[in-house]
Design a protein around this ligand. Structure first.
Ligand code: SAM
Length: 265
């Protein structure tokens, strides 16, 4: 297999069976259905099949998927040659939901796949993933902590997370240039509506592109200091210190102000 393809698809295969077993063991007994994303050569698929009767796997690489279905023939694996970023998750999973999900996520698209799964508490109860340690730390970051940004805000909206253990590069073939970490995410129904969250995320995303500025300067022009204070935030705080609830409140205050300006004289 050519190097560019391997890199593009994040194909660093796990060769440490104990790590694969530890990941599989982090799933709950119930629900007894698991979606595996990117089974590759089946390192994680093996212990998943030992624990669960129903394992459905999505693999984007066709030759790899064909090889995998040959090696697991008769073992009950349901394998789809599909892109986890674009497959219709509702048609695939809703009829039997909820599921759990497990993956040694490809580095190239790991964050995008995680972002796709996180809001789906209707489909998933628990997600156990391995990803680049630096990204995993950003997922669990707390306000004011290092790496607290949009990914941490999204996680806070949708899941409780535990950073569990690191996996060294030597546990993979070929070894990646980075250390990996395993995360457990327990999805829950968000406390805010989809509209509230979307307004909060877009406000935060803008301000977080200017992380060193204080809120007054990090926010788009036209946001008055008193609006920030009405939202219960400190105008001199840095964007990375603001928790999800702060962004939700600020977005609501700004929407109210726009309404009264639009509806005013
Ligand atoms: N689970 C295997 C293991 O632990 O050894 C393979 C992990 S490897 C890091 C990532 C796997 O995800 C590769 O098999 C790759 O082909 C697959 N992959 C990459 N992008 C994907 C996508 N968008 N949808 C489904 N699978 C994908």
């Amino acid at each position: 297999m050519g190097r560019p393809k391997r890199r593009r698809l994040g194909q660093n295969f796990l060769v440490d069976r104990d790590v694969a077993k530890r990941i599989a063991a982090l799933l709950a007994d119930d629900p007894p259905r698991v979606l595996e994303i990117g089974p590759g050569r089946g390192a994680l698929t093996e212990p998943l099949l030992e624990r669960f009767d129903r394992v459905l796997a999505l693999e984007i690489d066709e030759p790899l998927a064909a090889q995998l279905s040959r090696s697991f023939v008769g073992r009950g694996l349901e394998l789809r040659h599909a892109d986890a970023l674009s497959i219709d998750l509702d048609s695939l999973l809703a009829a039997e939901s909820p599921w759990q999900a497990a993956s040694n996520l490809p580095y190239s698209v790991g964050t995008a796949i995680l972002r796709r799964l996180l809001p789906r508490h209707d489909l998933f109860t628990r997600i156990v993933v391995m990803l680049q340690s630096e990204v995993a730390r950003r997922v669990v970051a707390e306000p004011a902590g290092s790496g607290h940004g949009l990914l941490a805000l999204e996680r806070a909206a949708y899941a409780d997370a535990r950073l569990l253990f690191e996996v060294p590069a030597r546990s993979f073939r070929p070894p990646p240039k980075v250390v990996s970490s395993v995360l457990q995410l327990d999805l829950r129904r968000p406390e805010h509506t989809a509209d509230e969250l979307s307004a909060a995320f877009s406000l935060a995303a803008g301000a977080l592109t200017r992380p060193r500025k204080v809120l007054t300067n990090a926010l788009a022009r036209g946001v008055e200091v008193d609006r920030i204070e009405v939202a219960g935030l400190d105008p001199s705080a840095r964007p990375g210190t603001v928790p999800l609830e702060g962004w939700v409140r600020l977005a609501a205050v700004l929407q109210e102000s726009h309404k009264s300006v639009d509806g005013g004289v």
